[in-house]
Write a protein that binds this ligand. Structure first.
Ligand code: PEP
Ligand code: MG
Length: 863
C-alpha cells in the first residue's frame, strides 16, 4: 500500500495546480524553500532508501495557510491513495530552530478504527486512535492536556477521550480526514507565526522572517503480523564521537497488544530486557547498518535514522543529523575527512571555534543530572569538582591535603594568586570577563565563574548563601561549570578532556590554513608549555608582574616597596634580578625559536601589599618595622582609582629602577639563551603609554642599559622595543609613538575600559542586564566593540603604519581569543593576535575558517 515514486497523471496534475510537491528524486525541493527535513527526505529518496510517500509544502504555502488561504487538502490526500493515514512534520531551514509538534495518524476516525480492530486487533487500533485524539485535542483544538493524558489504551479510554473532546468543543471529534488535515496544517502554520515561537527561534539565531515548511507523509504503522515496530538508530556516539551503534526500538509481535509493547523496549544493542533486534532480525539490522553507511557517504554526515518495521518490511521515515557534543563533532568531522567523504577544509568549517575549548578541559557530562545553585558569567571554560574554600590560605591547605577545592571570593586580588594556582576552580561574586579572577583563571586553564551577583559570601560565619537561600559551608562539595557559568550542588558526572588524535589532526589542518599569527599570553613556564602544546606561534604577552607573586619574591617586592630611596631600592632589585633572569631563560628555552614579547611591570605597587590587619601585621614582622610605618606606607600608596593611577609606564618613569632591572634581566637571559643554543630577539613592551615622550624616556634608558650589558658581557644581541596601546590617546597618537616603536600591541582590555569609561572589575554587576536590554549587543570585554574600540584600533593601526610602514601590529587583550574580534583584526591587516594559552586552539580554528573564507561554508545543508 505504500509506494514511492510513480505518480499517476491525475495526481501530478493536481499537485502541480496546488501548492505542494511530492518528494521524488527529481522534484524541485530546496532547503531554503521547503526546509531541511524536506530536502533531507529527498536525498534519502534519491539514494533509494525506502521512504514512504511524502509531500512537501513550501515556506510560502505554509505562510499562506497561516493567513487562511488553504491548499486543496482532498487533492493532497489523494496523493496517498484511498483512505490513507498520514503524518505532518515541521521542516524549517535549520532543525535547531524547532517548530510545532509533529502530528501522526491523521485520518483515524471511527470507521478506520473499526477496520483496524479487525486487521490489527483492538489494542493496536485503540492505541492509534487514542494517540491521534490526544494530539489533535492538545495541539490543534488547543484543549487542556490534562483532560487527555492517559496510559490506558482500552476501548473505554477511546470513548472517554471522544466524549471529553465533544464536551470541551461542543462538537463531535472530526471524522473527515480532509478536515482533520486542514485543521492540522492550519494549527501548525499558525503556531509557527505566533509571537512566542518567533522569539524562541530568534533566540536560537533564526532570522525574523524564517519560514516553516511542512512534510505530509504516509504512515508506516509499525503494526501487523510478523516483526513490527518502530525505532531510531545511529552509528556514532553523540557524546564521544566513537563508532558505536545505539538506538531504541519498540517491537510489537503478532499477538501482543500495543499497550504492552510500550514496556518491551527492545534495544538494538544488547539489552537485558529482551532479545535485541540484531538477534531477532539480523537481515533487517544489517540493512539498517547499510542505510547508515549510505547516508554517511551520500549525505556526508552521520545521521540518526527513524524507521518502522511493518510486518517484516523496513521503512525509513526520516533521518536527522546525530545530536553531538563538541568532542563528538570534532571526531565525526575528522573521521569523515579521513574517509575522504568530506574535504579537510569542510571538516574545519563544520566545527564551531568556541566548541573547541570544550575539548581542552574536563566538562560536566551533559547526560548527567545537574542541580544549579549559582549562575554567573562563564569566565573560563571547563568544569571541576571540589570542596568549597573561602580564602587562599584555605585553598593552599586543601591542596596540601590533596583535596581539590573550589575557591570562592567576593573578588580576587593579586594576593589570591597562590590560592588560585592550587584551586580546581574559582568563583567570584563580582567581576566581569576581564576582571582579575577571569584573566588569571583563563591563563591557568582553571574553570571560573564570575559576577555571581545573587550569591552572598559571609566569610565571618563561613557560609555561602545562594540565590534560593541555601546555605553552603566550607568543605561542602560542589561542581563548578565554567563553560556554562554555573555552580552545581555535589559531584556531577564528568567527561575528561579530549586532546586526542582527532583534535590534533584538526588543529594541524587549521594551522596549515591560518594566515594570521596566533600567539599566547603566557606568564609562567607552565603557561609557556601549554602555549607550545597548543601550537602557539610565540608569546604575545608575558605579564611580568605575575612572576613576583611567588612567596620568596613577594618578600623581596615588599622590601623594594619599602626601600628608603633609589639606592636602597636598587640593592633590593639586585636580589630580584637573578630570579627574573632565570624566569626569562626558562621561557626562552621552552619557546625555542619562537618570538617572546615581555611586558614591563604594569600594576600599581599597592597591589602587592596586604589589606587585612593580619596581613599588615605579618608584613611588619617580616620587614622589622612598626605596624604604623607599614600602614602609613600603604596609605601613601593608595589611590582613588588605581587602574588610572600610578601604574604601567607611569610607574616605570617614576621608579625607573624596576624597568632597569627587568631590561637587564631580559638582556642577560638573551645572551645566556643564545649561548645555550636558543637564539632569540626578545620583544620588550611598554604598558599604558599615552604620550610619545613616555616612550622616549623609557627607550633612552633601555638602549643605554643594552649598551652597558653588551660591554660588560662582551656579547652582542638584538631586541625590539614596542608599545602597548591601551589608552585612547595612545591610539590617537600612534603616529608619533610609532617613531620609537617596532611594534604596537593593542591591549583591548584596558582600551575597552577606558573607551567606555567602564571599570572592567565592576562591569559584571550590570553587564547581564545591559546585554539583556540591548544596551550593548555583547559584553564589550568579551567581544571587541568594533564600532567604538574598533575605530580606535583602526585609527591607531593606520597612523602607526603611516609613520612606520614595517610596524608589527597585534592585539593582546582577551579579545584575541574571540572569533569575531579575530575577524576584525584580520580585516585590519594585523600580524597576530595573542590570547590565553587555552584559547589558542579556538583562535586558530576561527582564523583558519576566516582564511578559508566564504568558499568554505559547509557544502552540505544541515539536516
Ligand atoms: C589589556 O589591557 O588589554 C592587557 C592585555 O593588559 P592587562 O589585562 O594585563 O591589563
Ligand atoms: Mg592592560
Amino acid at each position: 500500500m505504500l509506494q514511492q515514486g510513480g505518480r499517476d497523471a491525475a495526481v501530478r496534475k493536481l499537485t502541480d495546480i496546488v501548492d505542494f510537491t511530492e518528494i521524488t528524486p527529481d522534484a524541485a525541493i530546496a532547503a531554503d524553500r521547503h526546509g531541511g527535513r524536506a530536502k533531507c527526505l529527498q536525498r534519502l529518496v534519491r539514494i533509494d532508501l525506502p521512504v514512504p510517500r511524502t509531500v512537501a509544502l513550501s515556506f510560502e504555502a505554509v505562510h499562506r495557510i497561516a493567513l487562511g488561504q488553504m491548499p486543496d487538502a482532498e487533492a493532497l490526500l489523494a496523493v496517498f491513495g484511498a483512505a490513507p493515514l498520514v503524518s505532518v512534520r515541521p521542516s524549517s531551514a535549520d532543525p535547531d530552530w524547532g517548530g510545532p509538534a509533529s502530528i501522526l495518524n491523521i485520518g483515524m476516525n471511527d470507521a478506520r478504527h473499526a477496520a483496524l480492530c479487525k486487521t490489527h486487533g483492538a489494542a493496536a487500533a485503540n492505541a492509534l486512535y487514542l494517540r491521534f485524539i490526544q494530539a489533535y485535542a492538545i495541539h490543534v483544538a488547543r484543549l487542556d492536556p490534562d483532560l487527555f493524558e492517559s496510559e490506558d489504551y482500552s476501548a473505554e479510554a477511546v470513548a472517554a477521550a471522544l466524549a471529553a473532546y465533544a464536551e470541551e468543543t461542543e462538537e463531535p471529534f472530526p471524522q473527515d480526514p480532509v478536515r482533520q488535515l486542514l485543521e492540522v496544517l492550519r494549527s501548525m502554520a499558525r503556531a509557527w507565526e505566533g509571537t512566542t515561537a518567533r522569539l524562541l527561534r530568534q533566540a536560537k539565531g533564526a532570522p525574523a522572517e524564517a519560514g516553516l515548511g511542512l512534510v505530509v507523509q504516509q504512515m508506516a504503522l509499525g503494526l501487523g503480523p510478523e516483526e513490527s515496530g518502530s525505532g531510531v538508530i545511529q552509528f556514532v556516539d553523540g557524546v564521544t564521537g566513537q563508532r558505536r551503534i545505539t538506538g531504541r526500538y519498540l517491537g510489537q509481535s503478532q499477538g501482543r497488544d500495543a499497550v504492552s509493547r510500550q514496556k518491551q523496549a527492545l534495544f538494538l544493542t544488547r539489552d537485558p530486557r529482551g532479545p535485541a533486534l540484531e538477534d531477532r532480525c539480523p537481515e533487517l539490522f544489517a540493512r539498517l547498518k547499510r542505510y547508515g553507511d549510505t547516508c554517511r557517504i551520500n549525505l556526508c554526515e552521520e545521521m540518526q535514522i527513524e524507521f518502522t518495521i511493518e510486518a517484516g518490511r523496513l521503512w525509513v521515515l526520516d533521518a536527522v543529523r546525530v545530536q553531538r557534543s563538541a568532542r563528538s563533532a570534532v571526531r565525526i568531522a575528522v573521521m569523515l575527512a579521513d574517509e575522504g567523504i568530506i574535504a579537510r577544509e569542510e571538516a574545519l568549517a563544520r566545527i564551531e571555534p568556541r566548541a573547541v575549548s570544550e575539548l581542552l578541559h574536563s566538562q560536566v557530562d551533559p547526560t548527567g543530572r545537574r542541580q544549579v545553585i549559582a549562575q554567573g558569567i562563564a569566565a573560563s571554560p571547563g568544569a571541576a569538582v571540589g570542596r568549597l574554600v573561602f580564602g587562599s590560605a584555605a585553598a593552599q591547605a586543601s591542596a596540601a591535603r590533596g583535596e581539590p577545592c573550589i575557591l570562592v571570593r567576593r573578588e580576587t586580588t593579586p594576593e589570591d594568586i597562590r590560592g588560585m594556582h592550587v584551586a580546581a576552580g574559582v568563583m567570584t561574586e563580582r567581576g566581569g570577563m576581564t576582571s582579575h579572577a577571569a584573566v588569571i583563571a583563563r591563563g591557568l586553564g582553571v574553570p571560573c565563574v564570575v559576577g555571581v551577583s545573587d550569591m552572598r559570601l559571609n566569610r565571618r560565619d563561613g557560609v555561602l548563601i545562594t540565590a534560593d537561600g541555601r546555605k553552603l559551608h566550607e568543605g561542602d562539595i560542589v561542581t563548578l561549570d565554567g563553560t556554562n557559568g554555573q555552580a552545581l550542588l555535589g559531584e556531577a558526572k564528568m567527561l575528561p578532556p579530549a586532546l586526542d588524535d582527532a583534535f590534533h589532526a584538526l588543529m594541524g589542518w587549521a594551522e596549515a590554513a591560518c594566515d594570521i599569527g596566533i600567539r599566547a599570553n603566557a606568564d609562567t613556564p607552565a603557561d609557556a608549555e601549554t602555549a607550545r602544546r597548543f601550537g602557539a606561534d610565540g608569546i604575545g604577552l608575558c605579564r611580568t608582574e605575575h612572576m613576583f607573586f611567588e612567596h620568596d619574591r613577594l618578600t623581596v617586592m615588599h622590601e623594594m616597596i619599602f626601600a628608603a630611596g633609589p639606592e636602597d631600592r636598587g640593592t633590593v632589585l639586585e636580589r630580584l634580578l637573578p630570579m627574573q633572569r632565570g624566569d626569562f631563560i626558562r621561557l626562552f628555552e621552552i619557546m625555542q625559536g619562537l618570538p617572546v614579547c615581555i611586558r614591563l611591570f604594569d600594576p600599581p605597587l599597592h597591589e602587592f601589599l596586604p589589606q587585612s590587619r593580619e596581613g599588615i601585621r605579618e608584613l611588619a614582622e617580616a620587614l622589622g618595622l612598626p605596624v604604623s610605618d607599614v600602614t602609613r606606607r600603604i596609605q601613601a600608596l593608595s589611590e582613588f582609582n588605581p587602574m588610572l593611577g600610578m601604574r604601567g609606564v607611569r610607574l616605570g618613569i617614576a621608579v625607573p629602577e624596576i624597568y632597569d632591572m627587568q631590561a637587564r634581566a631580559i638582556f642577560e637571559a638573551t645572551i645566556e639563551a643564545s649561548r645555550k643554543g636558543w637564539p632569540i630577539v626578545p620583544e620588550i613592551m611598554i604598558p599604558l603609554v599615552s604620550a610619545m615622550r613616555e616612550v622616549e624616556l623609557v627607550k633612552t634608558r633601555i638602549d643605554s642599559l643594552a649598551a652597558a650589558v653588551r660591554t660588560e658581557r662582551g656579547a652582542d644581541f638584538a631586541y625590539r622595543l614596542g608599545v602597548m596601546v591601551e589608552t585612547p590617546r595612545a591610539a590617537l597618537r600612534a603616529g608619533d609613538i610609532a617613531q620609537h616603536a617596532a611594534f604596537l600591541s593593542f591591549g583591548t582590555n584596558d582600551l575597552t575600559q577606558m573607551t567606555y569609561g567602564l571599570s572592567r572589575d565592576d562591569a559584571g554587576r550590570f553587564m547581564g542586564s545591559y546585554v539583556k536590554q540591548g544596551v550593548f549587543a555583547e559584553d564589550p570585554f568579551h567581544v571587541l566593540d568594533t564600532e567604538g574600540v574598533g575605530e580606535l584600533l583602526s585609527i591607531g593601526a593606520d597612523r602607526g603604519r603611516l609613520a612606520r610602514p614595517e610596524i608589527v601590529l597585534s592585539i593582546c587583550g582577551e579579545h584575541g581569543g574571540n572569533a569575531d574580534s579575530i575577524a576584525f583584526c584580520r580585516e585590519a591587516g594585523f600580524d597576530y593576535v595573542s590570547c590565553s594559552p587555552f584559547r589558542v586552539p579556538v583562535a586558530r580554528l576561527a582564523a583558519a575558517q576566516l582564511a578559508l573564507g566564504a568558499a568554505l561554508r559547509p557544502k552540505h545543508g544541515r539536516y
